[in-house]
Design a protein around this ligand. Structure first.
Ligand SMILES: *[C@@H]1O[C@H](CO)[C@@H](O)[C@H](O)[C@H]1NC(C)=O
Ligand SMILES: *[C@@H]1O[C@H](CO)[C@@H](O)[C@H](O)[C@H]1NC(C)=O
Ligand SMILES: *[C@@H]1O[C@H](CO)[C@@H](O)[C@H](O)[C@H]1NC(C)=O
Ligand SMILES: *[C@@H]1O[C@H](CO)[C@@H](O)[C@H](O)[C@H]1NC(C)=O
Ligand SMILES: *[C@@H]1O[C@H](CO)[C@@H](O)[C@H](O)[C@H]1NC(C)=O
Length: 238
């Protein structure tokens, strides 16, 4: 009996059922999230809050990875309306000393349009081959595309920013009508809130639908479970 089987048995005997739904898919332990200035808050914290709850059911470690150890803020601190309105996340690692990862999440946000993302793009390019799973939210797909990770893959992104973001991935088959898209071990999700639905889609596929449902119920989160239902694609004439 392997460690995973033992874990499943322990969890089953503790009354938590249905963990064997995806026996052929590895269960990730080491999760990483990239933060860059101008990330979109919900792109990170929607999926992360679902994972926060999942971490009560499985052994999971999280690294928050950025160019430096300085706190990283959302939308530019002073925006064109002269609003001083942002939140900061505190990195645990830099791109230089990040631990080996099984799962990596790349958020989107206004910062994906910045010109100084080379170290972020390089990290995604260098890290992807050793991951079990990779996920982007919103315009984070543009970072993955520039890293070459989406070459030859199906992918989606934010519908309002679809044309600009998809231009970064000329070798990608961009899917217009999709809340999220899965191709191999790559989950790309549509705009902002779609990251949470994509994460639950991932959770359902890898851990089992009952785990995803139980977690979403704990959050009182109304899931969007049909990956191809996408009224926003029509709204933005895609
Ligand atoms: C996860 O973090 C805990 C606490 O730091 C540590 O004891 C454990 O070894 C870590 N697990 C892995 C797989 O790195
Ligand atoms: C914006 O608000 C923060 C928090 O109150 C403050 O530290 C910072 O100085 C403010 N920035 C400007 C330019 O006013
Ligand atoms: C970032 O990478 C691009 C493409 O490789 C290169 O043209 C550009 O000079 C780099 N920028 C910096 C600041 O290194
Ligand atoms: C990629 O999308 C096309 C439709 O554009 C579909 O036929 C194909 O099965 C998809 N590939 C994967 C790996 O999902
Ligand atoms: C999912 O949405 C697509 C697009 O609207 C629709 O064609 C399909 O029937 C839906 N699937 C289910 C299971 O509801």
């Amino acid at each position: 009996m392997g460690v995973t089987d033992l874990l499943k048995l322990l969890l089953l005997s503790s009354g938590f059922v249905g963990l064997a739904a995806a026996a052929d898919s590895p269960i990730p332990v080491n999760f990483g999230v990239i933060a860059f200035p101008g990330f979109e808050a919900l792109d990170i914290f929607g999926p992360l809050d679902a994972l926060n709850l999942l971490a009560y059911k499985y052994p999971m470690n999280l690294s928050i990875i950025a160019a430096t150890m300085d706190p990283v803020g959302t939308t530019p601190r002073i925006n064109p309306k002269n609003s001083n309105f942002s939140e900061f996340i505190v990195p645990t690692h830099t791109f230089e000393n990040a631990p080996p990862l099984d799962f990596l999440l790349v958020p989107g946000g206004p910062g994906t349009r910045a010109t100084n993302l080379n170290s972020t793009i390089d990290f995604v390019r260098d890290t992807y081959p050793s991951l079990q799973y990779f996920m982007t939210v919103c315009t984070g797909a543009g970072i993955a595309a520039r890293a070459g990770v989406l070459d030859g893959k199906n992918a989606t992104t934010n519908k309002r920013a679809f044309k600009e973001t998809s231009a970064w991935g000329p070798k990608t088959n961009w899917i217009t009508h999709a809340r999220w898209v899965v191709d191999g071990n790559i989950w790309t999700t549509s705009g902002v809130s779609a990251g949470t639905d994509g994460l639950f889609g991932f959770m359902s596929q890898i851990y089992g639908e009952d785990v995803a449902l139980n977690t979403a119920n704990g959050m009182e989160y109304v899931r969007w479970t049909n990956a191809s239902y996408d009224p926003f694609a029509d709204l933005y004439d895609l």
